[in-house]
Design a protein around this ligand. Structure first.
Ligand code: FMN
Length: 432
């Protein structure tokens, strides 16, 4: 072999090496993620610490932490998945310094999509950006966004419990990575270490007519591992269990957040889910054998111009569950979703209050083209109920509403002002 040939051989070997390695996995380049960490934080604590972080330090995220967050977001468990999947029409891109990767949940791996640093597509600078897209050929837009809401929720909970931070942001700019034609960019979640460490103070200053939320001894990892679709809808719930589940859908945190933040819209008391523009436009109804109840997370409410969440002093949260109709209406709900939930001990319905998506002097997000934002929020809220149900050995399912008219009539609400989004039925599982 002459000198020239030897050089060609060395060069070829160098360039072919990654291809040869990757030929084994059938992918261009794949990073196998390590097993996820166990997140020991009790679910309720994680829910109470959920908040949006927009300023990050330069520090990188370890592969172990990234693995944990991605698994929590959309991973597989021995019982199914870490979220309730409607059509599983969602894909997660992970934008890092060296390139854009796709999260492959089946292999729990990152598959290289494109080389290059595209992280500046995000509103906020962070070492990792999680981009979530909806595939329009695989599922309906609003339900897919409800699924993204559940994914986002798990990203928030896992990141915060690992002392990392994130925020849900509208992600149209993700299209500049060059997406396949059927994929529609929806959400970008920056992920990083905090520039200012978390500082939460437990101030459960609450005036309410239902039991106070207790920390269960069930960790976030256990809950995610145990999530499964409901097989039966019987059983009874204690008042405590009902209160925990209802609170998880839209309640206020018992923590006051004194974390330093450069943003004028930093909240001091967060809620269990995020909300676009912090409008929090959902009404949460709870339906039991005895009647229909409305959950009022706080009587101080941005819509009444008293923005309690911005006040850094422990003003009490006045939270109530109010009966709005007597009688057993679970048959009617069953009709509306076309599934028999008439023996479910607790049914939750999220209804969009359109007036709250168009507050005077603020952006109007009441149009149909923005409905996906509110499905994200309803999906996150319903997902919390699923997670909280697990702590009581219950399980639950989320259902789209087939006849919105039936629900509007049942709740005596008008179509021009309200839009019912999702139904969650909670019941006994085989574990109980
Ligand atoms: C669907 C959705 C879209 C959002 N879009 C943005 C955004 O583009 N930029 C941003 O800074 N925050 C965004 N947020 C975060 C909200 O502003 C935040 O949840 C709200 O202010 C409440 O604050 P907290 O999450 O810290 O409790 C969005 C939240 C949701 C649910």
């Amino acid at each position: 072999m002459n000198h020239k040939m030897l050089v060609i051989l060395v060069v070829l070997t160098f360039f072919l090496q990654p291809v040869l390695i990757n030929a084994e996995s059938g992918a261009l380049k794949e990073i196998k993620l390590p097993a996820p960490k166990e997140i020991r934080m009790p679910l309720e604590k994680a829910l109470m610490r959920r908040n949006s972080v927009r300023v990050f330090s330069e520090e990188n995220i370890s592969l172990k932490d990234l693995s944990t967050i991605l698994w929590a977001a959309y991973g597989y468990t021995s019982k199914g998945r870490t979220i309730y999947c409607f059509d599983c029409a969602v894909k997660i891109y992970v934008l890092m310094k060296d390139g854009v990767y796709v999260y492959n949940p089946e292999r729990h791996a990152l598959v290289l999509y494109k080389e290059g640093d595209y992280r500046d597509v995000s509103q906020y600078k962070a070492p990792v950006q999680i981009g979530i897209v909806w595939n329009r050929t695989k599922g309906e837009e609003n339900l897919s966004c409800a699924e993204i809401g559940a994914i986002g929720q798990n990203v928030y909970l896992a990141a915060n419990a690992l002392d990392l931070g994130t925020v849900t942001t509208v992600g149209f700019t993700l299209k500049s990575i060059g997406l396949p034609k059927d994929e529609v960019p929806k959400i970008i979640m920056p992920l990083g270490h905090l520039k200012h460490p978390y500082k939460f103070i437990y101030l459960p200053f609450l005036i309410s007519n239902f039991p106070r939320v207790k920390f269960s001894n069930v960790s976030l990892t256990e809950v995610l591992n145990e999530l499964e679709k409901c097989k039966e809808f019987g059983g009874n719930l204690t008042e405590q269990e009902k209160a925990q589940i209802i609170w998880s859908t839209y309640g206020y945190s018992y923590y006051v957040d004194f974390t330093k933040d450069e943003f004028r819209y930093h909240l001091y008391r967060h809620r269990t889910v995020p909300s676009a523009h912090a409008y929090y436009p959902l009404r949460i109804y709870a339906i039991t054998k005895e009647g229909i109840y409305r959950f009022i997370p706080n009587i101080y409410d941005p819509i009444y111009k008293i923005p309690i969440a911005f006040i850094p002093i422990p003003i009490p949260v006045f939270s109530f569950i109010v009966k709005v109709k007597s009688g057993d209406h679970r048959e009617v709900v069953s009709e509306a979703i076309d599934v028999n939930v008439s023996s479910s001990p607790l049914i939750i319905i999220s209804v969009l209050d359109l007036d709250r998506t168009r507050p005077k002097g603020h952006d109007d997000f009441s149009g149909k083209e923005f409905r996906w934002l509110w499905y994200y929020e309803a999906g996150a809220s319903a997902h919390n109920a699923l997670l909280e149900a697990v702590t009581s050995n219950l399980s639950a399912n989320i259902y789209p509403i087939k006849s919105k008219e039936t629900i509007l009539n049942l709740l005596e609400l008008s179509e021009d002002k309200f839009d019912p989004l999702l139904v969650t039925a909670i019941g006994t599982s085989q574990r109980r």
